[in-house]
Design a protein around this ligand. Structure first.
Ligand SMILES: *Cc1c(COP(=O)(O)O)cnc(C)c1O
Length: 232
């Protein structure tokens, strides 16, 4: 894909978000578009920046660190959306704005410890597909993590993230998004201190419309904006 198509692609995705919201009576300003730039060069990110995109997501800690360093003069809000490793958290903790992929209390503690003066908004990733390799905490373990997360200073737990099963027909995964929305509603009672559940990160290029219909406040969109990837 040509770099010059990126702004057009962004407009198309934003239009789709607006249309979906209009159809179901939601305000489209409630839905944040995170442009997932993983595997793509920083010139692609700069192109998207030139047409007003400021939220960017990456799924590898090393790659995120390098891109944050290269683009440190730019006004970008960075989202870590992929697997975490405790020993690499220090690479990104003092700069990253959002982390969607918290699967263990241990990771929250490490971000808290390494944040420096940074404030980090985090989401707990929940396993909604039943597929082990997609990761995430089991729904029944969510309450325990939230109860142990109320006293952080640099970290807030502000939502839940889920990845649906890959499928050709996004209708097949509507129940998975519904499950995450139900868990989100049921766990509001744990909001206190540094826990304040208000964001629901679900939906990607192929299933963002269904996710928005089921209540997503953040969608993570890669290939629809930056083109297909050779690897993840
Ligand atoms: C790659 C990725 C996305 C974006 O996927 P697309 O299908 O390219 O939109 C979203 N969320 C996570 C966690 C990812 O790793």
């Amino acid at each position: 894909m040509e770099k010059s198509q990126i702004c057009e692609n962004l407009e198309r995705v934003k239009h789709k978000i607006r249309e979906t919201c209009n159809r179901i009576g939601r305000d489209s300003s409630e839905v944040m578009l995170v442009a997932v730039s993983k595997t793509k060069p920083t010139s692609y990110i700069e192109e998207a920046l030139s047409c007003g995109q400021i939220q960017f997501g990456e799924n590898r800690m090393q790659e995120l660190e390098e891109k944050m360093e290269e683009l440190k003069e730019k006004d970008i809000s960075w989202h870590m959306i992929g697997n975490l490793q405790t020993n690499k958290i220090k690479l990104i903790a003092d700069k990253v704005n959002w982390v969607h992929s918290i699967e263990k209390l241990k990771y929250l503690k490490e971000f808290e410890k390494r944040a420096g003066g940074n404030k980090i908004e985090t989401l707990i990733q929940v396993n909604i597909s039943g597929e082990k390799q997609k990761g995430g905490v089991e729904p029944e373990d969510l309450a325990g993590i939230l109860k142990s997360s109320t006293d952080f200073e640099h970290v807030t737990v502000c939502g839940l993230m889920g990845m649906a099963t890959f499928t050709d027909d996004p209708e097949d995964v509507r129940h998975e998004f519904k499950l995450l929305k139900d868990l989100f509603d049921e766990h509001q009672k744990y909001n206190t201190g540094s826990v304040n559940l208000r964001e629901l990160s679900m939906g990607m290029s192929s299933d963002m419309e269904v996710a928005i219909e089921e209540g997503a406040t953040m969608v993570r969109v890669g290939s629809e904006i930056f083109g297909a990837r050779n690897y993840d």
